[in-house]
Structures are given as C-alpha cells and as structure tokens.
Write a protein that binds this ligand. Structure first.
Ligand code: NAD
Length: 262
C-alpha cells in the first residue's frame, strides 16, 4: 500500500483484461489513474467509478484511439494536465488477427502494428520529457510470449511483439541515467476477453469442443497447463514500479507457464 501514492499511472487498453487489472493494482497502491480503451460508455464509467470508490484515488478516462498518434499525444497531455504528471506508463492496448501471410488483409496488418507497436513509441515519446523533468519514471509494455517465439498465422502480432522487445531495450539504454526504467512483460495465455473471443471460431474451424480448444490448442504450448491470471501480470507490473525493481531495466520478463523454456 502507498507505493505509488501521489503518482499517476496511464494504462492504455485498460477497459478490460490485463490493462484493467494493472489499473486496479496501481490504484490499490495509491496512484491516480488514466483509463483508456474501447467500451460502452456506461461500462467504462462503472469501472472508472469502481476504482475511485474501492481505492480512494482519482480516475479519469480517455477514449483515445491507439492507432492515432495525435490522440495518443493528447492522452498523455490530458493525464499531465489533470494530475500534474505521468509517472507510470503501461503500453497495453492490443488486438489480434489470425490469417495466412498471403491472405493477411493489409488494413489488419497496419492496425495490429499501429496499436500493438507504434502506439507504445508514440506514448513513450510523449511521456518521457515529463518523467525526465521529475527524475523518475516507470515504462512497462505488455509484450507476449510471441515477443520471443512465433506461431503460424500471427505474422503481424508476432512482428509487433518482437518490436516491443526491441523498443524496450533501446528506450531502457537511452534512459538508464534518468532513474526511468523501461521493461516489458511477456505473458503466455492469459484468460481475458481477447482469448475468450477466439474460442467460437477455433471450435468451428477445428471441429473441436470448447474444452478441447482450451486444453489442446491454447494450453498446448504452456507446460503448466494453466492460464496466467490478469492479477499475476498486474502484480509483476506493480513490482516493476517499486524501488526494489530500480535496477531492472531493458528486461523482457516472461510469465508463460514455461512456454518459452521448452
Ligand atoms: P483485452 O481485449 O481484454 O484488452 C485489450 C484492451 O485494448 C482493451 O481495453 C481494448 O479496448 C483496448 N484496445 C483495443 N484496440 C484499441 C484501440 N484502437 N485504442 C485503444 N484501446 C484499444 O485483452 P488482453 O488479453 O487483456 O490484452 C492486453 C494486452 O496483453 C495486449 O497487448 C495483448 O496482446 C497482450 N497479451 C495478451 C495475452 C492473452 O493471452 N490474453 C497474452 C500475451 C499478451
């Protein structure tokens, strides 16, 4: 408790899943929160109000589209204007598209690269001057096991997540003397809407039952045969904000049930 008291955390893609869990974990540590993502206004406001109520912090929402560089810059400016700083930035918004390379729709490639990779560049670029001025910052990106290994039919996602790993290392080196760390977390399969949405299509494409899709497709690569939880990812993100993590920078931290050890 209190680790982030008086600080501000911006979490992109925080209307559900990993991002929402990170926002709630940071709020639990005392940070004011900027939420972002796509969602019905009433649902988003319910999550925003719950953060304020549960943790006695301030929470605001920006609908900025992470595919749009100027909206990303405005999102960072909104947090700075409202709260006075952006101390923690989590680049988390992400989408998936699955297709053979020769049929991969060009607009889907562009969207995955924009939201899963370029958005992190634009947000970091906008947030770093303020972090440098205050002499402290934590930049965390949600990468993936797919930042380390590939799977067929996920060319844009794998390219974007490998890009996040490279961006993380470069930014960490540039900021190494500024008391700003930059790391990424690489989960294996985490039970979130992003994964849940893939179940019906996979069931019909592979003529499998729901339990077969979960065990024989999603968890096939994960030696523990268990999903990572959003709370586990959020608790690692919170640890990266602590003083004990001050010397962790440029790291790509796996949380994948052993997937990339195999
Ligand atoms: P999710 O679908 O619950 O969350 C994705 C978030 O991104 C949502 O808030 C959504 O509204 C937001 N988003 C999507 N497009 C956006 C846009 N154009 N502008 C702003 N926000 C946008 O899924 P999740 O699993 O929590 O995914 C979060 C991150 O974790 C993603 O980067 C994903 O690639 C990564 N990840 C997920 C898994 C997994 O198994 N779930 C594994 C590894 C990495």
């Amino acid at each position: 408790m209190g680790l982030l008291k008086g600080k501000t955390a911006v979490v992109t893609g925080s209307t559900s899943g990993i991002g929402l869990a990170c926002a709630r974990a940071f709020a639990g540590a005392g940070a004011n929160i900027l939420l972002n993502g796509i969602g019905a206004p009433a649902d988003v406001d319910k999550e925003r109000a719950a953060i304020e109520r549960d943790f006695a912090v301030k929470a605001i929402y920006s609908p900025a589209d992470m595919a749009n560089p100027s909206e990303i810059a405005e999102l960072i400016a909104l947090a700075e204007k409202t709260f006075g700083s952006v101390d923690v930035l989590v680049n988390n918004a992400g989408i998936q598209h699955v297709s053979a390379i020769e049929e991969f729709p060009i607009e889907k490639w562009d969207a995955v690269i924009a939201i899963n990779l370029s958005a992190a560049f634009h947000a970091i670029r906008a947030a770093v001057p303020g972090m440098k001025n205050r002499g402290w910052g934590r930049i965390i990106s949600t990468a993936s096991a797919h930042s380390l290994v590939a799977s067929p039919f996920k060319s844009a996602y794998v390219a974007a997540k490998h890009g996040i790993a490279g961006l993380t290392k470069t930014v960490a080196l540039e900021l190494a003397r500024s008391k700003i760390t930059c790391n990424c977390i690489s989960p294996g399969y985490v039970w979130t809407p992003l994964v849940e949405k893939q179940i019906p299509n996979t069931m019909s494409a592979r003529r499998m039952r729901r339990d077969e899709v979960i065990n024989d497709v999603f968890l096939a690569a994960q030696p523990t045969k268990e999903f990572v939880t959003v709370e586990q990812v959020a608790s690692l993100a919170l640890f990266l904000c602590s003083d004990n993590a001050a010397q962790i920078t440029g790291a790509n931290l796996s949380m994948d049930g052993g997937w990339t050890a195999a």
